[in-house]
Design a protein around this ligand. Structure first.
Ligand code: TXA
Ligand code: MG
Length: 328
């Protein structure tokens, strides 16, 4: 793991204080960070991402004791989740405190907050002292970055500093839990790096998946997380018939299977077959593999949907959204 380099920490904190944009490593994906109390800095985040200002940002804090600065109505379950999971891949949505600026929340009455698990970013948050609003550090709708190189390729000179903390260990965005309407109405708004079973073990029951973020719901999911290639997400049982039906000449196939030591790239007559160990390994490598298949010129990517359990729930969610990008 990366050592915490004091000069980098100081430079990042200074840039944040000055209203700059700093790309930060987290355990989930890299974030495009700015001072959450500075409207001009937040405006730059939306401009660089090309994101509609109605899509609110997550505020990143150094530890759970800062939660009260950002949120009110912090429920017992919110306290318990914060204590058990933070630093970690969980975002809590709570009623916002009066001081939170509209630019961060998109004018909503709630705010999303999390403590990320990366030593470098935690050191920066502590040195900076305030909250850092950070969406994933990619252009709106595209694949999230899980390495500093991904951020460089996507945002380059549009950020003031890219802090390199190595590849993200979880590789999927945080799980978002809404507690703004009380513990009895707790719901998952976005499946993510904390699996539903782990969440249920802390909550004492399974939480419903609410939302436009739900997977396999009727209707069109929002297009998001999309590589350049067209994505087709299929059940494993439908893989062969799907491949037989395609006349494309450059196809990337992503399947789950035994692959010790990371994704295995197998050249095929029509492109690449990438085998990745299920669950945590698939989550960790998925975005990098989507980017690499783009780089190798695949026009279409066929990915098998994992079972909707553990991290498979979030992986399937991202694949379905990536697939929706070309159907809308
Ligand atoms: O893992 C993560 O969550 C990463 C890292 C950088 O922390 N961040 C991330 O941010 O994925 P972004 O902006 O790509 O996604 C934030 C999500 C959006 O879907 C947004 O709608 C939701 O959080 N969100 C933010 N504030 C909210 C609120 N007040 N109520 C409901 N959803 C909210
Ligand atoms: Mg994002």
């Amino acid at each position: 793991m990366s050592d915490v380099d004091d000069a980098t920490v100081e430079r990042a904190a200074e840039l944040l204080r000055a209203g700059g944009l700093v790309a930060l490593p987290t355990e989930t994906v890299y974030g495009l960070g700015a001072d959450a109390a500075n409207p001009a800095a937040i405006a730059k985040v939306f401009a660089v991402k090309g994101r509609p200002t109605s899509h609110p940002l997550i505020v990143h804090i150094a530890d759970a004791t800062q939660l009260d600065r950002w949120a009110t109505g912090i429920t017992p379950l919110a306290r318990r989740l914060a204590e058990r999971v933070w630093p970690g891949p969980l975002t809590l949505v709570l009623p916002r405190s009066a001081s939170v600026i509209d630019a961060v929340t998109g004018g909503q009455s709630t705010v999303a907050v999390r403590v990320p698990a990366h030593p470098l970013t935690l050191a920066i948050l502590r040195r900076f002292g305030g909250g850092v609003a950070a969406p994933s550090a990619n252009r709106f709708g595209k694949v999230s970055p899980t390495t500093a190189d991904h951020v460089r390729a996507d945002l380059g000179s549009d950020v003031d500093l890219i802090v390199d903390g190595g590849p993200c260990t979880v590789g999927l965005e945080s799980t978002i839990v809404d507690l703004s309407r009380g513990d009895e109405h707790a719901a998952i708004l976005r499946p993510g790096g904390l699996g539903p079973e782990d969440l249920a073990a802390i909550v004492g029951r399974a939480l419903p998946l609410h939302t436009s973020h739900a997977v396999r719901v009727p209707g069109q999911p929002d297009a998001h997380y999309a590589p350049r290639a067209r994505v087709i997400a299929v059940e494993a049982s439908a893989l062969d018939t799907t491949l037989a039906s395609l006349d494309d000449t450059s196809i990337g196939v992503i399947v789950e299977g035994p692959a010790a030591g990371g994704p295995q790239w197998i050249a095929t007559q029509r492109g690449w077959r990438v085998v990745i160990d299920p669950d945590r390994e698939l989550a960790r490598h998925l975005y990098a593999v989507l980017r690499e298949l783009d780089a190798r010129g695949c026009g279409v990517i066929v990915a098998t949907l994992p079972a909707a359990e553990r991290l498979g729930l979030a992986i399937a969610d991202r694949l379905v959204r990536a697939a929706a990008a070309r159907n809308t």
